[in-house]
Design a protein around this ligand. Structure first.
Ligand code: NAD
Length: 505
């Protein structure tokens, strides 16, 4: 079976072209400032053409951004009520809505994502997320109680707790879904009253600028949200080690997550990590197979496999294995590959030539390990870093394509019979981010969902997200949770004030 339906390309809107051709400065302390660090040429991965040129922050500009964020903590923002913060976040959300199409177009040109996917991301994790956290800004509260043991009689003593912002947050994001990755950090951090320095990903830095512009236009105070660009190995590493930053909120690879933890030990800053995954998609024989097959193909191949929650391991019960494997391969073979700007594109390019070569290497490893390629896509000539879907059957637990995150359009299909054997394989990787179970039997669904060791599991749905649903990983998929109330808690610290009330007369 092969797949080669290259779709047509279309041009971006005039407004987006103007944006790309303009300057792309940093935002530090409310001022647009030209970067003084390394040059970054932003490439459209679908065409291998430069679309924008910018300069990273220098080390001194990182210091300036952190200083601006510290200053803002003690200024107008630090004194602002929850109501005032919420109001700004609501205005910001309205601007994101009004600019959603521009943001989606820029994301597509920046990282190759199909425009339909970019739009969906902006709708689900853009304005809606800011409105959700704007609501929380007025509901941050501690508690009051009489302690059970005190130095004096209990009625003479009380404790009240305050929930305070953690301080300056350094946000470091990846290239694969910039609007969502930025919003998931920015919205709760600012609702909590923190200030932020955001470092964009060097491979897709442009969406961050649209967020920074919206912050200014929403009337956000200077220094509360600062934008810098930079490479991971210098500016990212300097943020992780920076003594003026109180928390790093990181999304990216497990390998870099480890480096951040080590770099953060200097001032023992808090670290939240959203890392890689190798998520299972489990199909039982009684599932609605047509729905499950279609969903399994999208769970793995959406964003050309470049999503942290990708269902890259498909576990199928032996009774329906062949039907499902062939069905998924047939769906995958029909997915339109092409420039993300074309309306019918389902699979865009991968982010870079280097990443494409890495995925190709994994495909070779899988073959060498004895996996059977049920679907292969012939090499797609450039321009554009295109690589079509591959489906491997005959995969067994422990093979490298079953264990390691590829971040590409490669599906490993595994056969199972018993639940014990299934869960041991499902939980047998270093990761624990997501997963889903597909069956009509409620007991099987809940038993297996409970048995999957990951931060979130879907039943007859894969990778469902909403502003209120906690999101994050276990084991080497991360530390902490974003979204929901837990996402807000990650930006707050508790102060307990104990009060001696004196003795009753
Ligand atoms: P990456 O780890 O290479 O880079 C992520 C960010 O870290 C970039 O901004 C980069 O500049 C920065 N960085 C690199 N080295 C650094 C260092 N030494 N110190 C500080 N910062 C550094 O990841 P990527 O290739 O951009 O993204 C793909 C990875 O992200 C995949 O592993 C994917 O699973 C993961 N991801 C996870 C989630 C999640 O929510 N769990 C979401 C999206 C992507």
């Amino acid at each position: 079976m092969t797949n080669r339906n290259l779709s047509l390309r279309i041009e971006p809107s005039a407004g987006t072209r103007d944006f790309l051709a303009g300057d792309h400065p940093l935002l530090i302390g409310g001022e647009w400032t030209p970067g003084a660090g390394r040059s970054i040429v932003v490439e459209n991965p679908a065409r291998e053409e430069p679309i924008a040129r910018l300069r990273a922050a220098s080390a001194g500009q990182l210091d300036d951004a952190v200083a601006a964020a510290r200053l803002a903590l003690s200024g107008e923002w630090g004194r602002a009520s929850g109501d005032a913060r919420g109001l700004i976040l609501h205005r910001f959300a309205d601007l994101l809505d009004a600019r959603a199409e521009r943001i989606a177009e820029v994301m597509t040109l920046d990282n190759g994502s199909p425009l339909t996917s970019s739009r969906m991301l902006v709708r689900h994790l853009g304005a809606a997320l800011f409105r959700y956290y704007a609501g929380w800004a007025t509901k941050i509260a501690g508690e009051g109680f009489a302690p059970s043991i005190g130095a004096r009689p209990l009625d003479d003593f009380m404790v009240t707790t305050l929930r305070e912002p953690i301080g300056v947050v350094g946000a470091i994001v990846p290239w694969n879904a910039p609007p969502g990755m930025i919003a998931m950090k920015m919205a709760p951090a600012l609702a909590a009253g923190c200030t932020m320095v955001l470092k964009t990903a060097e491979l897709a830095p442009l969406v961050g600028e649209l967020f920074a512009q919206a912050w200014i236009d929403a009337g956000g105070p200077a220094g509360v949200f600062n934008l810098i660009h930079g490479h991971g190995e210098d500016i990212g590493a300097a943020m992780a080690a920076h003594p003026g930053i109180d928390k790093i909120a990181f999304t990216g690879s497990t390998e870099v997550g480890r480096k951040i933890v080590i770099a953060a030990t200097g001032n023992l800053k808090r670290v939240a990590l959203e890392l890689g995954g190798k998520s299972p998609f489990v199909i039982f024989p009684d599932a609605d197979l047509d729905t499950a097959i279609a969903a399994a193909a999208m769970a793995c191949f959406l964003s050309t496999g470049q999503q942290c929650m990708a269902g890259s391991r498909l576990f199928v019960h032996a009774d329906v294995h062949d039907r499902v494997a062939e069905g998924v391969a047939a769906r995958a073979a029909g997915l339109k590959i092409g420039d993300g700007m074309a309306p019918d594109t389902v699979l865009g390019p991968v982010i870079s030539a280097r990443h494409k070569a890495r995925i190709a290497q994994y495909i070779a490893i899988a073959k060498a390990e004895g996996a059977h390629p049920l679907l292969e896509t012939p090499e797609i000539a450039g321009p554009g870093h295109f690589i079509g879907p591959t489906v491997f059957t005959g995969v067994t637990p422990g093979m490298r394509i079953e264990q390691e995150e590829m971040f590409g359009p490669v599906l490993a299909v595994l056969k199972f019979t018993g639940e014990e054997e299934l869960l041991s394989a499902v939980n047998g990787t270093p990761y624990g981010l997501s997963g889903s179970v597909w069956t009509r039997d409620v007991q099987t669904a809940l038993r297996v969902a409970k048995g999957i060791d990951s931060g979130q599991v879907g039943v007859n749905v894969h990778a469902a997200m909403s502003p209120e649903t906690p999101f994050g990983g276990n084991h080497q998929s991360g530390w902490g949770r974003e979204l929901g109330r837990e996402g807000l808690d990650g930006y707050l610290k508790t102060k307990a004030i104990s009060v001696a009330l004196g003795r009753r007369g």
